[in-house]
Design a protein around this ligand. Structure first.
Ligand code: PA5
Length: 451
């Protein structure tokens, strides 16, 4: 039985069966291009079989690093941006109760903090002052090893480590994840003798959650990476072996979303009804946004957290411009049931729900919202997840990665590059006066002054 199901009943009437068949055929073709590594960006397909090729040697190394780091650290700072932190954060937030914080007194886990994912001065100084009195270590992740945001944060954190523990002991409190040979982080790691994990050349950041980029921080948070990989592996079997595009979850999802896009639904909103999934949405936004938004094409990936956002963006979704569709992450079974109690006198009028569970109310909210949005002109794809656990998380992340490859090829873009990310960086380097950007600085300043 599949770990995840896709239900498209709320797309009825938005396209015909023959249109769907055409799109399914296109998805099949795109999947073949992906599988045979014959399409654009085919030198970045090392992620395609990551779940099935994760070996005991890597898992053992991660286990040893986790034991070593968590023994000496109450806090672990994951330094990285984009694909170098979002996968880990998505799984950690989904896997750990928001009130648990971290597994106190539990062996082999630390509280995970994040840095290097923006350049806000207050966050930066507040983090440093917080860590000043704490036992902490760092996992610094950068494939290129030269990205400004993490490099800046790492410089300050490394300085603090050296101040607290001395240069010798600092070495044992940093683990880097970076390129095998090049980049400033690689150079620094060699100089200091940090323990290092390699990001393979053929795996891009947003497809790296099943490499040490994701696995090491997730393991250090005390979560079960073996189950995560098992779920991803089960999904890998479905999406790489199932040739019927309607039964192949990634093909089916890619077909329906592309068909809706062709029907003018230019924005896809990933919907969750569970606050633990907020960062799965952030990860998904990066995956699809950075992979598909090219050549003036691509679905805009947005996200909402329901029922919270039904009291804000819900109005727009129900009644605003009809260029939207939703993809709903529907967790059908909670980890724990909470039963609504009878209340004497019924002052709040809620006794009609007494004896029912909170998850029953959430499930009715989902049905009610789906119907309302459908009748308001918003088609929806439901992704049913029986229970939120490491296995199902691994499965949905891999299903989305594979769907993203298929979908990018259906759109005829290279889903594995990100040339547009360079534009802001070049302007920023020029404005900051980086060496080699002298001429660009004049141009950028002149353009800014002319506005
Ligand atoms: O998906 C990607 O490739 C990007 O989001 C990168 O992960 C991000 O820009 C960080 O790059 P790096 O790991 O080189 O610091």
């Amino acid at each position: 039985m599949s770990l995840v199901k896709i239900d498209t009943r709320f797309t009825k009437g938005f396209f015909s069966e023959s249109e769907l068949q055409t799109e399914l055929q296109a998805a099949s073709k795109a999947r073949e291009t992906l599988r045979t590594k014959s399409g654009k960006g085919n030198d970045f397909l090392g992620w395609l079989d990551l779940p099935s090729k994760t070996d005991a040697e890597l898992l053992n190394k991660i286990k040893n690093t986790t034991e070593r780091l968590t023994k000496i650290s109450e806090f672990l700072v994951v330094v990285g941006i984009g694909g170098s932190y979002l996968g880990a954060k998505a799984v950690i937030e989904a896997g750990i109760s928001p009130f648990q914080g971290f597994k106190e007194n539990e062996k082999n886990s630390a509280k995970i903090l994040y840095a290097g994912h923006h350049i806000d001065s207050d966050y930066h100084s507040e983090l440093l002052s917080f860590l000043n009195t704490k036992e902490f270590s760092i996992i610094v992740i950068s494939k290129s090893g030269t990205t400004t945001e993490p490099a800046l944060a790492f410089r300050s954190l490394l300085t603090l480590l050296e101040k607290k523990y001395g240069k010798d002991k600092t070495k044992d409190r940093v683990v880097s994840v970076t390129d095998a040979n090049k980049g400033a982080l690689k150079k620094l790691s060699t100089e200091y003798g940090f323990e290092t994990y390699v990001i393979a050349d053929d795996v891009g950041g947003r497809f790296s959650v099943f490499t040490p980029v994701g696995l090491l921080p997730i393991a250090c948070a005390g979560l079960d990476i073996v189950s995560l990989i098992a779920g991803a592996k089960e999904m890998e079997t479905n999406v790489s072996e199932e040739s019927d595009p309607k039964k192949n979850l990634s093909c089916y999802y890619a077909s329906v979303r592309n068909l809706l896009y062709k029907k003018g639904k230019k924005t896809e909103i990933l919907v969750n009804y569970n606050p633990r999934l907020i960062f799965v949405t952030e990860w998904w936004k990066q995956l699809f946004g950075e992979s598909e938004g090219k050549e003036k094409k691509g679905i805009f990936p947005a996200g909402v957290n329901f029922t919270t956002d039904l009291h804000s963006l819900g109005q727009y979704i129900q009644d605003g411009e009809r260029n939207l569709f939703e993809t709903i992450l529907k967790v059908t079974r909670p980890k724990t049931e909470s039963i609504i109690q009878e209340f004497s006198g019924d002052p709040d009028g809620l006794n009609y729900l007494a004896g029912k569970s909170v998850s029953h109310v959430n499930s009715k909210a989902i049905e009610a919202t789906c119907l309302a949005h459908y009748e308001g002109g918003v088609p929806q794809i439901e992704i049913e997840i029986p229970e939120l656990n490491m296995k199902t998380l691994g499965a949905i992340l891999f299903m989305f990665e594979y769907a993203c490859g298929i979908s990018g090829y259906m759109l005829d873009v290279n889903p594995f590059d990100q040339p547009g990310v360079e534009d802001y960086k070049n302007n920023m380097f020029a404005l900051l006066g980086k060496k080699g950007y002298e001429k660009k600085k004049e141009e950028v300043e002149a353009k800014l002054n002319s506005l």
